[in-house]
Ligand binder design. Structure first.
Ligand code: AMP
Ligand code: GLY
Length: 423
């Protein structure tokens, strides 16, 4: 098969790495790719959101399967366009992607179908929203409705912080049209986890659990990012919790969307708070998680291409996922200043001297220069994943590797995996 992967982040490098292991695959392209992806795939300069250009390329190159990484491509209908042209694609339709692209839409479905989540209110008017904030108790969470690269959610400890959040979203319009509607919801207490499932619209097949680390600094301090690290499995998701999430969240959501006339094929990702009463949904995403994938894929024993084919063909009931018993820890190395403004073009050293089997370096914001040097080219630069028999082994191995990689301004959290150790 000839496969095209769409995107340029750590998730897409991980997808390319995993797809390259499939005996079904002869050639991989990636659009637009990054400085690490070119080792296993031919990178082509087409933007992930140029869906006409991507479909033309898939037709011309006789691509058998296109796999979509970013939500931005899904939200503008890449899957619909490919299907219209008779091209095979792994990714949710534009209608299904509303589940991620509009938090207001997702909340409406959750409330109607009894999927556990925080109590919320929706506003399109800043004055009314501010009046609501004054009436309620802090803490609270303020969320832009639309896509904001994981940064449109602001957890507010005080009413003043909530007022500032409203100002950023609705007055300064920091997230553009994504902030036209705003949700205010109760602040949930517990430990977070991510559970991603493959679904063909009928069968819902959850992956093993993972945990992301969204805030930029240790101990979950500082602003939210796209994700500063992940590990898998996440012990907070006990076998009983896993069953509940599958039934009360993932399967219920797929059935709910079907009842609304939306066929859901692809990945459904639940970002969850594991609270004392059980799992509560923080958000749904309609694609693979980043950096969860960098911790999950090195543990998956199945051929990912077979699983994706089964999703597309509606025979996911034939598949059983198998995970190795290792623990995986992924630490994201970011550019100085991220998630705020940062500089690009810093030379990265130390990438060549890493142990092969137990450590994987997945590139995100990197670029390869003509002379072969790799330089930084984004906020999240690298995802370094180490595997170990225990989570402690994996943490040690990962941080040993991280310490051998250098670029000016690099920063990373030093506590990825610590929550698992505490359990
Ligand atoms: P989201 O993009 O909706 O997953 O939110 C990003 C991050 O904000 C989550 O990973 C949580 O850390 C935090 N968050 C979102 N909603 C809530 C909530 N209702 N209570 C507490 N924290 C939340
Ligand atoms: N890990 C967060 C995300 O993929 O949205």
């Amino acid at each position: 098969m000839r496969v095209l992967v769409v995107g340029s982040g750590g998730r897409e490098h991980t997808l390319v790495w995993k797809i390259a292991q499939s005996p079904l695959v002869r050639k991989i392209f990636c659009a637009p790719g990054n400085g690490g992806i070119h080792e296993r795939a031919e990178c082509v300069e087409i933007a992930a959101t140029d869906i006409g250009g991507l479909a033309d390329f898939a037709e011309k190159e006789k691509i058998d399967l296109t796999v979509v990484g970013p939500e931005a491509s899904l939200a503008i209908g890449i899957a619909d366009e490919f299907q219209r042209r008779g091209l095979r694609i792994f990714g949710t339709s534009k209608a299904a992607t509303q589940t991620e692209a509009s938090k207001v839409f997702a909340k409406k479905i959750m409330v109607e179908y009894g999927i556990p989540t925080a109590t919320h209110a929706v506003f399109a008017d800043a004055e009314k929203l501010l009046a609501h904030i004054h009436q309620r108790e802090a803490p609270m969470v303020v969320k832009a409705d639309g896509l904001a690269a994981g940064k449109g959610v602001i957890v507010c400890r005080t009413k003043e912080e909530a007022e500032r959040a409203v100002h950023r979203i609705m007055v300064e319009k920091e997230f553009g049209a994504a902030g036209e509607r705003v949700i205010v919801e109760d602040c949930l207490i517990g430990e977070e986890a991510s559970l991603l499932a493959f679904t063909d619209g009928e069968t819902v097949l959850p992956m093993d659990s993972a945990q992301d680390h969204k805030p930029v600094y240790d101990n979950d301090e500082g602003p939210n990012t796209g994700g500063m690290g992940a590990y898998s499995p996440a012990p907070v998701v006990t076998p009983e919790m896993y069953r509940r999430i599958n039934k009360e969240v993932l399967t219920r959501m797929v059935r709910a969307l079907a009842a609304e006339g939306i066929e859901y094929k692809g990945v459904l990702y639940a970002g969850l708070m594991i609270s004392e009463e059980g799992p509560k949904v923080l958000e749904f995403n309609t694609r693979f998680g980043d950096p969860e994938m960098q911790a999950l894929m090195p543990r998956l024993e199945n051929d990912l291409v077979e699983v994706m084919n089964a999703v597309i063909d509606g025979r996911l009931s034939e598949i059983e996922l198998k995970w190795n018993q290792a623990s995986a820890v992924c630490v994201v190395m970011a550019s100085g200043g991220y998630p705020g403004a940062y500089e690009k073009g810093k030379v990265i050293t130390g990438l060549d001297s890493l142990p092969g089997d137990s450590v994987h370096v997945f590139h995100a914001g990197t670029k390869r220069l003509d002379d072969g040097r790799i330089v930084t080219n984004g906020g999240r630069v690298l995802g370094v994943t180490g595997l170990g028999e225990t989570i402690a082994d994996a943490i040690e191995r990962t941080y040993r590797a991280v310490q051998t990689i250098h670029f000016e301004g690099a920063h990373y959290r030093s506590d990825i995996g610590a929550k698992a150790l505490r359990r």
